[in-house]
Design a protein around this ligand. Structure first.
Ligand code: HPA
Length: 248
């Protein structure tokens, strides 16, 4: 089984033959919504909309622990997260796709670990390479087979949101080495690692980050919807090819 976490612009998977939906309760509360089960080209898929079915949960209020716990309980071979981001690097323009390989975490106050019960020993995970290389390779191969261009690697800066950043904050992120900025990459990736899930992300550039490119004067929010709609066609194509590459 493959698990897919959809973000802004991907609240459902049109290509999925849905069999049923299931509400799963976890020791950490309820996930963002019921899990959707179905088949994509004959492979079992479970899909979860990160922001809830009607896109009502803001990034800082998402129950990341419940989401990952629920998916983990199904023992998926891979967890593929789809996340929209702002492009910081000049060549990461709206509509493009990146398979990031690094993260810088600027979020705070989110339930970011499973290892905090009083009786539990302190546990540190290795997070040198925050994404699963096997899952990244699968996504890169699927993109190649599907004739979609994706950037291999890049640094994802995870900000708190829900507001977008200032131009100065984006300059700071660029100085830190970030290539793109989003609000949901963390603690999702760290929790996935704590559960030893094979987790990687398809980052969809929705806009130039604040102060960059055509957004020097401000972010044209009304343009984002159309960009994401087009880009998700490419994402769906990659996901369909993930299914065929996964068995290879
Ligand atoms: N900043 C943070 N998160 C985002 C952006 C952005 O510019 N675009 C899409 N998600």
């Amino acid at each position: 089984m493959l698990a897919i976490i959809g973000g802004s612009g991907l609240t459902q998977l049109a290509c999925l033959e849905i069999s049923h939906r299931q509400i799963i309760r976890t020791p950490y509360g309820e996930p963002s919504g019921p899990l959707t089960f179905g088949k994509l080209r004959n492979e079992d898929i479970v899909f979860l909309a990160r922001h809830g079915h009607g896109h009502t949960i803001p990034p800082h209020a998402i129950n990341y622990r419940a989401n990952l716990w629920a998916l983990h309980s199904l023992k998926p071979a891979h967890v593929i997260s789809v996340a929209s981001v702002g492009g910081i690097r000049a060549d990461l323009t709206p509509g493009q796709l990146v398979i990031p390989d690094q993260i810088i975490d600027y979020t705070h106050g989110r339930g970011a670990t499973y290892f905090e019960d009083k009786e539990q020993p302190v546990t540190h995970i290795d997070f040198t390479w925050p994404y699963c290389q096997q899952t990244r390779t699968l996504l890169l191969r699927a993109a190649h087979h599907g004739n979609e261009t994706v950037f291999d690697g890049g640094v994802y800066a995870a900000t708190q949101g829900p507001r977008l950043e200032t131009a100065a904050e984006i300059n700071r992120l660029a100085r830190d080495g970030a290539d793109m900025v989003g609000m949901t990459g963390m603690p999702e990736a760290a929790l996935a690692r704590e559960l030893a899930l094979n987790y990687a992300t398809i980052a969809v550039i929705a806009n130039h980050a604040a102060g960059r490119g055509s957004n020097a004067a401000g972010i044209a929010l009304h343009e984002i919807h159309a960009v994401l709609e087009q880009a998700m066609i490419k994402v769906r194509n990659i996901l369909e090819h993930v299914v065929s590459c996964h068995g290879d």
